[in-house]
Design a protein around this ligand. Structure first.
Ligand code: ADP
Ligand code: MG
Length: 305
């Protein structure tokens, strides 16, 4: 679906993309494009959409070169840009009809009122069909932007940070829409700077940092790259030496009333803890365990870049 080789993009002295190689073949997947602000996510997706031109390298989307065949390509992909300029005085229905009217006739004929109604249902805006865009909440506007991308029922979606700046409930509503698209077999390239949503939604995670891909794999692949240390917190009453309490973990210090340990083998650490509690007669008041998270991997990779 997408083939990118040695892609570079330079804005005057800014090297926004420094040699990107990317191949997306599978359908029915959500591919998360993750990276901090300025990493190059928007530059990359807008080159894929034919809205920006590459400085060098080759790009193919659905077998087309976006810089030459952007019209033909846009008929086949669903795009939601980082910011959508709405016409505030149009209603939701008028907005969708207007966008449908912009397509060539072959597509326009398929985007009839029935299709628009079904899209409105999918993004849960049926109640708002007659409301003006001006009166929509941030989340409703973003759902409308996704609806605009869905009108012509494309197989490939390229969505640039659709949940950016939304509250958790509004973000969840977008997540549900994307999960439903995926269940229909659509492929979605989803950029985001929220780790939790990529961890929850994406089948494959591509981490972009400073214009380069620093990781590419399933969320589990990436977790396996974490240094592997879990954190263990214990609250214990009794006269004990915290540094001797868990032989299989390294005592790191205190967080309030909790002792903090690092261990690569939490099971062994907890078995060892049980032994030392039994021999010392100390009492365990609280125990918390945190496995390495995608966030740990992300911070390592992005920090290094
Ligand atoms: P992201 O979407 O990951 O935040 P961008 O692709 O927007 O990243 O930006 C990547 C880098 O390119 C940043 O340093 C940004 O300032 C720069 N940049 C992006 N667009 C332009 C532009 N039109 N002109 C000049 N510099 C740009
Ligand atoms: Mg961006």
């Amino acid at each position: 679906m997408i083939e990118v080789r040695e892609l570079r993009k330079t804005y005057r002295e800014v090297h926004a993309l420094r040699g990107i190689d990317l191949s997306i073949a599978a359908t029915g997947q959500i591919i998360g494009l993750l990276g901090p602000n300025g990493a190059g996510k928007t530059t990359l997706v807008e080159i894929l959409e034919g809205l920006r031109t590459a400085s060098s390298g080759s790009v193919s989307v659905l077998g087309l070169d976006p810089s030459r065949a952007s019209g033909a390509l846009r008929a086949r992909i669903g795009v939601q840009l980082q910011t959508t300029a709405f016409m505030n005085d149009l209603t939701v229905m008028e907005t969708l009809k207007l966008y449908a009217a912009l397509y060539p006739q072959s597509i326009r004929l398929k985007v009839d009122t029935t299709r628009i109604q079904s899209v409105l249902q999918r993004v849960d805006l049926v109640d708002k069909a007659k409301a003006t865009v001006r009166g929509l909440s941030g989340g409703q506007r973003q759902r409308l932007a996704v609806a605009m991308a869905m009108l012509h029922d494309p197989d490939l979606y390229i969505l640039d940070a659709p949940t950016s700046g939304l509250d958790p409930i509004a973000r969840r509503q977008i997540h549900d829409i994307l999960a439903a698209l995926k269940a229909d077999g659509k492929t979605i390239l989803l950029s985001s700077h929220y780790l939790d949503e990529i961890e929850a939604l994406a089948d494959r995670v591509i981490i972009l940092a400073a214009g380069q891909i620093v990781a590419d794999g399933t969320p589990l692949d990436l977790l396996a790259r974490a240094a592997g240390a879990s954190t263990l917190w214990l609250e214990v009453s009794g006269a004990i030496d915290p540094s001797q309490l868990v032989p299989q973990a390294t005592f790191e210090g205190r967080d309030g009333s909790l002792f903090r340990y690092r261990t690569t083998d939490p099971t062994a650490a907890i078995v060892g803890l049980a032994d030392s509690l039994r021999t010392s007669g100390a009492q365990l008041d609280d125990l918390r365990l945190k496995r390495p998270s995608l966030e740990d991997v992300y911070l390592q990779l992005v920090g290094a870049a």
